[in-house]
Structure formats: structure tokens, C-alpha cells
Design a binder for this molecule. Sequence first.
Ligand code: AMP
Ligand code: GLY
Length: 423
Amino acid sequence: MRVLLVGSGGREHALAWAISASPLLETLWCAPGNPGIAEHATCVPIPATDIAGLVRFARDHAVDLVVPGPEAPLVAGLADACAREGIACFGPSGPAARLEGSKAFAKEVCLAAGVPTARASVFDDAEAAIAHVRREGAPIVVKADGLAAGKGVTVAATVEEGIAAVEAAMRARVHGEAGARILIEECLAGEEVSFFALCDGTHAVAFGSAQDHKRVGEGETGPNTGGMGAYSPTPRFDREAERRAIETIVTPVLAEMKRRGSPFVGVLFCGLMLTDTGPKVLEFNVRFGDPECQVLMLRLMDDLLVAMRAACDGMLDRFSVRLGPEAALGVVLAARGYPGTPEGGTEIRGIEQAAALPGVTIFHAGTRREGNRLLAAGGRVLTVCATGADLAEARSRAYAAVDRIDWAGGFCRRDIGWRALSR
Ligand code: AMP
Ligand code: GLY
């Protein structure tokens, strides 16, 4: 198969790594890619959001399958544009990608499908939203409706904080047009898990689950990030819980999307809160998580291209995805300043020695090469991953590799996996 992967992060490096292990692969390109991805694919300088450019490249190079990593090209209609050219795309159409692109839409689908989720109200008017925050009291959650680069959610501990979040989104427009409409949601308590389902429009198959660490600081402190580390499996969400989630969450959502004329194909990422009364949906994403993807790919025993192809062909009936018994844990190394403005251009040394340690795989995100030197070029720069017989072993191997890397401009959390490991 001739495959075009889209994106440039740690998630896409992990996808490139897994795809390149497939005997079905003939050629792999990645747009735009990064220096780690370049070890598995030919990188082409097309931005991930240049839909016309991506489709032109796919057509000109007789690509059989397009694999978008991030959500932006999906929301912008990459799968639709591929479909018009008769090119398979492992990802949802623009209308189906609204499950991530609009939180109000996702909520509406959950309600129509009878899927457990936090109670929410939708507002287009700041005055009415503020009155609602006052009426409901705190804690309360304020969410921008649209894509806000992971920064659109405020879990407000006080009414004042809730009101400030409404004003920031709707009046100051800190999230741009994404905040013109907001959701005000009941605050759920519990542990969060990222659950992934492979979907072919009708059938869904569990792809495994992981736990992410969203806050920048140890002990879940400081601002939210794209994710500072992840591990899989998750002790609180076993294969039986995954089976139930397919039955009670994913399958009803697929049926509802199909009924609306927008069948969902690709990976449905369910952000779940494990509450006292069972799992409830916090959000949907229409792609793999980053860094969750990195640890899932390390555990995957099957051919990723076969699984993606089966999803595109509507063949997931009686399909299954096997993850190995080993645990995997990934630590994100970020550039100083992240999640604010990261310091770029600092040199990273010792990656090869770190990657040679037992069980270790290192995925690149924001890196670039300058001659023989590897430099930081982004917020999240590397995901240092390891597998092990259990999470404790995976963690000690991953941190042994982190400690081998010589990078004064970077930092990481030292407590990835604490929830599972302190149990
Ligand atoms: P989201 O982008 O919707 O996943 O929200 C980002 C983060 O905000 C989630 O990972 C949760 O930690 C938190 N969050 C979102 N919705 C809720 C909720 N209803 N109750 C409590 N925490 C929430
Ligand atoms: N790690 C969470 C996400 O990819 O959205």
C-alpha cells in the first residue's frame, strides 16, 4: 500500500513507526513530518491543513490510504476531499468530525443516543450564561464550543472563576470564534481515562485505553497542556470495561451518526470520567490522543494498516484489535516555557544512547535537525517511551532513558503513572 500520513507530532511518529512495520506497506510519505518520522517515511513539506495540497499529492502519487493524525484537517474536510477523488481516508468526514469540532453537537448526539454524559446547557449570549453560572453555583465547567487547541475548558472552583471564563470566551474572545458559543456543564468527579474505538461507520472495536497527564506540573498542578505523559493499560479500565463502553457509548453514537447521514469512520477517542455511577463522556475526539497513541502503538500486536483498511472498508464486524500483555509508559519532554511560549533552538544530545536502553522507544514531536545537531522546535519535543512486564518496570525504563538525554532546555514531569502505581 501507498500511504500518506498527515501531521508532525509524537502521535504521528508513533503511527509512522507502526505503519512501517506492516508487510503491506509499499511507500510511506508524511506531510509535513519531523526528523523522527523521516526515519520511516519520506517527508513532504505540505502543511497538515492544506487540504487541496494533500489531496493533490495523494492523487499524483497514487496513494491508497490517507491517515490524518490531528483533528484540524478532518474538521476542515480532508476525508471528504479524499472521497471525491476516490482515495481511502482513515478518518471521519467533516460533518462526522463535528463530534470533536463542536462540543454542543457532541452533547446533542450523546443525548439523542442515550449515552451517559455530564449535564450541560448551551449559550450564545454572555448575559444568560453568567446568570446560569450564578444559578448553578460552583464547581462548574465552562467550555468553548469550538476547537480551542485544548485550552477551551475551565473547571471553575468558584462562581467568580466561572463568570470570568464566560467573559473571556464570549466577550474577550480569547479562543476566537470557538468561544462565540459555550457550554456550561456540571462538574463530574472521578478518574479520567482515554478510551479508543476503531469505527467503520457501523461497527466499533476497542483499540485500548490509556491515561494521560494533562497538567504541566507534578501532582496535577499548573495549566493544562496537550498531555505530559501517558500509560497503558489502565488498572481502572480493563478489557471488560472497554467492552461495555463499546456497547453503551460507541455503538449508540455510531448509530446516531449514521441516522443523521454522517457515519463515523476512524478512531473515536472517548474522554471518560469514571464516576460512582459509571463512565460518563467528557468529550469526544476524532483521532488518536497524543501522547496516548505512542503507548498504544507500543502495545499493538496487529498490523495497523490492516486495521485501518478494515475500518475504511466497513469490515470491522467480528474484527478485533490485540494489545500485548506488556505495559507501556511515555514521558513527554517539553521545551522550557511550555505550555506558554516554548524556548526554541536548544540542542538535544544523547537520544541514540537513550533509545538503545532495554524496552525504550523515543518518538519525536517538535524537533529539527541542523547538520548533525538535533534542536528543539516546539512545545512538546519528545515522548520517551518504554515497555515493561508491568507499569513499574515500564516507568523505571522510561525515566532511565529520560536521564540519559542531555537537554538543558527541556523539562518533564517525574510522576507519570502515579495514579496506577500508587494504587
Ligand atoms: P475536554 O477538553 O472537554 O476533555 O476538557 C479538558 C479537561 O477538563 C478534561 O480532561 C477534564 O479534566 C476537565 N473536564 C471537562 N469536562 C469536565 C466535567 N464535566 N467535569 C469535570 N472535569 C471536566
Ligand atoms: N492527550 C489528549 C489529546 O490528545 O487530546
